[in-house]
Each structure stands twice: as C-alpha cells, then as structure tokens.
Design a protein around this ligand. Structure first.
Ligand code: DWN
Length: 386
C-alpha cells in the first residue's frame, strides 16, 4: 500500500483486526447490515505520516446519523471559547474579516463568531442542521478543492481557517490541502488542532486509531507535508484535550519564517521519523490488551462502561469484549442511547441511570474527559481500557 500523500510504499506496524464503523451505533433490528473493515496502521518513511489501511466510504461515516456532537462536553465548549478569544484578541481576524471552520459539527466553536462573517463546512447533515438551527451559517458538504473554489466564488477568501479534530478525518488529503491553500488569503492563517501522535505514542493510546481517523501527524510530518503543499508551519502548541493534542498554525510559505522558540523544542523532543518506535508501540499494545482482558475476566461480567466513545469501538472489538464482560455503557448523547455499540453490541443507556444503578467497577472509555466525569460518581473503581 502506498502513502495517500506522497505515494511512498508504507510500512505496516499494527493490526487491530476487523472493526465496524467506529461511531455507527445500531438499532437491534439492524445488525445484519453491519460491515467490518480491516484496521491496520501504517507509517510512511518519506513524509512520516501515520495512516490507516482500509477505509469505509466517507458517506458511510459522515451522514444524517453521525453520533458525535461537539457540545457533549462542557469543558470542550470552554476550550473552543478560549480558541475563539485567541483568534479575536490576537487580531488574526481583522474587522469585517472572514472565518471558515471545516468540520464545524454542531456549531459549538462558530457560535463564538455570531456577529462576524463566518461559514461552517460540515458533511454530516444531522449535526449541521443543529448548528444551522442555532443561527450558524453552514454548508452541508465534504470539503475539498472543488468546494474551496465554490466558497471563494460566493464568499471570497478566508482570513482564518479552523479545523479541530477534523483534518485527520478527511481522506482526500491532497485535495483538502490544495483547497485550504486556495481558500486562505495571502495574509491568512490556518489553525488545525488534532490528537498528537507523540502523546498517542507516550500513552500508548491505541484507541485513538479507528476508521474515522485516517491520518496522524507528528510535528515533523506536519511540517514536511505543509512544505510539499506550499505552506509553512509557523507555530505549534501542545493542547491538553482529547488525551494530548497539538495545535498547528500554518500560513502561506512566502510569509516570514517563524522565530518561535517552542518550534525547536518539538524538533528536539520528537523521535517519530523512525519505524522502530512504531514496532515497539505495537508490542505495548498487545500487553495492554492482555492487562485489560485480565481485569475484565477477574470482574466476571460485573463491569459496566462510561462514555460510548469512538475510541471504545477499537478497544472492545480488538479485545473481543462483549456483554459477557461489560453489561452496558452509559452515555449522555441521545442518538446513541437505546442502541447497541458497534461490533460488540453492548447496550448504550442514558447517563442518568448511572446514579440510580450506582455501579462499582466502571470502565472509563471517555478517559480524556476524566476530570469532568469523575464528579458524577463517588466510591467508583474506575478502570482504564488502555
Ligand atoms: O475526533 C473525534 C473526537 C474528537 O470525538 C471524532 N472522530 C469522534 C469523537 O471521538 P470520541 O467519541 O472518542 O470522543 P469523546 O469526546 O471522547 O466522546 C465522549 C463520549 O462520552 C460522548 O459520547 C459523550 C460522552 N460523555 C458522557 O457520557 N458524559 C461525555 C462527557 C464529558 C460526559 O460527562
């Protein structure tokens, strides 16, 4: 298999087995239609981008039944408000300027720009409609070069482009990057936030690998890929959300080079250009599976889960953990409740039953929201799935 970005032969480092679409929660009468995809992880020795092998069609993932709503976490709402403040106070968005968010989900971020010229681009119709009903201007499309041309025709070029936890999802990376470069004004900036490959390696959080996330970037890989597409990585910051994220600030390449000292820190501390790091990671993943299964067997089917995350799909299907080991998973998202988890078919129940049931041993699948969730129950033995 060749790299989707630079066409170099990829090196495989991890096999997570056959996995269903990570966010496709099922009604009990719909199980026969479920499809599985081989989840293998690859490393590109040329542009250093980590990517998955087999991918479902994008329309089968992002449609009118997309199950993740950005607004489900109060902490994330605050996080997006702070990003909006940084853009406004840092004068990145001039008076009368134009901001575009690609992958705008239910509008959680763009609601901070009500009075400004803004546009969300979001392919999943249900979340997009939520944003529009709340007064956010949106285009219900998959972003690529052609859509960038259309946006430019109608609205003009953007001063600020934002992608948070969306760029890794867009399989047509070459077309997307060409589109972003076209859409960005000569003085414009693109701010992209995503799960940081270095944090995934350090925590061995292999549950971040699922078929919605096609690509994973290190600082080195992002910098290299930007250069290939005529852009410059100008600044990067570590962000403490989703288990360790990175925020990349990118401009056109003819803008003055960065003198940001932190950039050198990333270059010094990362060592993700070498394949053996990934081979070692794969060994640790196998150990983690063993440890998790031992814990589950010891509880003899009396455990429950909290947070029906996309990440849980990877762990449950890789470890083959079903209702014999985890009875149910509690979650706040209405569209997930009353359905079954992808692949292993564990019932998803409303979070308010959590207090009533008062479970003792709870697998925290939404471990990235631990601070927010720990407040919801006392005397619980929380178990990490990874
Ligand atoms: O990139 C992606 C990330 C950012 O979000 C997506 N591809 C899909 C999604 O991944 P995830 O499902 O792993 O994300 P979360 O944010 O870890 O999901 C949290 C889940 O837990 C949601 O279903 C909501 C639920 N939840 C809850 O039940 N009680 C969340 C909180 C904060 C709570 O208190």
């Amino acid at each position: 298999m060749n790299c989707r970005i630079c066409n170099t032969t990829l090196k495989r480092f991890l096999d997570l087995g056959w996995q269903p679409i990570a966010n496709k929660f099922l009604k009990a009468d719909n199980l026969a239609k479920e499809r599985f995809y081989h989840l293998e992880m690859f490393f590109c020795p040329e542009c250093y981008t980590v990517q998955i092998g087999q991918c479902p069609k994008k329309e089968d993932i992002f449609n009118d039944e997309y199950a993740f709503f950005s607004s489900t976490s109060e902490y994330m709402k605050l996080h997006f408000k702070k990003l909006a403040d940084e853009i406004k106070e840092g004068k990145m968005l001039p008076r009368g300027g134009f901001i575009v968010e690609i992958g705008s989900n239910d509008g959680t971020f763009l609601k901070n720009f009500y009075g400004d010229n803004h546009l969300g681009v979001e392919p999943s119709t249900n979340v997009c409609l939520d944003a529009m009903n709340d007064g956010v201007i949106c285009l219900n499309k998959f972003f690529n070069e052609e859509i960038a041309d259309r946006i430019i025709d109608i609205y003009g070029k953007a001063d600020v482009i934002v992608t948070t936890n969306c760029f890794p999802h867009m399989i047509e990376r070459r077309s997307v990057l060409k589109g972003i470069r076209k859409l960005m004004k000569p003085s414009g900036i693109w701010i992209n936030e995503e799960a940081y490959l270095q944090s995934i390696m350090e925590k061995c959080s292999y549950d971040q690998f699922y078929n919605e996330h096609v690509y994973f970037s290190s600082f080195a890989s992002f910098k290299k890929v930007m250069k290939m597409f005529g852009m410059s990585l100008w600044r990067a910051r570590l962000i403490p959300v989703h288990g360790g994220s990175i925020r990349f600030y990118t401009t056109h390449e003819d803008i003055a080079p960065s003198n940001d000292l932190l950039m050198h820190d990333f270059e010094r501390t990362e060592n993700l250009n070498v394949f053996h790091r990934f081979e070692h990671f794969a060994e640790v993943v196998k150990m983690k599976r063993k440890r998790f299964l031992n814990r589950m067997f010891a509880l003899n089917g009396n455990a429950v889960g909290y947070g029906a995350t996309a990440k849980s799909t990877t762990v449950l299907n890789y470890c083959k953990v079903g209702t014999h080991l985890i009875k149910r998973i509690y979650d706040t998202t209405p569209i997930k409740q009353g359905k079954l988890s992808p692949g292993m078919h564990i019932p998803i129940v409303p979070y308010y039953e959590f207090e009533r049931d008062n479970p003792k041993d709870v697998v925290l699948f939404a471990w990235n929201h631990a601070n927010e969730i720990h407040e919801k129950g006392k005397g619980i033995r929380w178990i990490l799935p990874i």
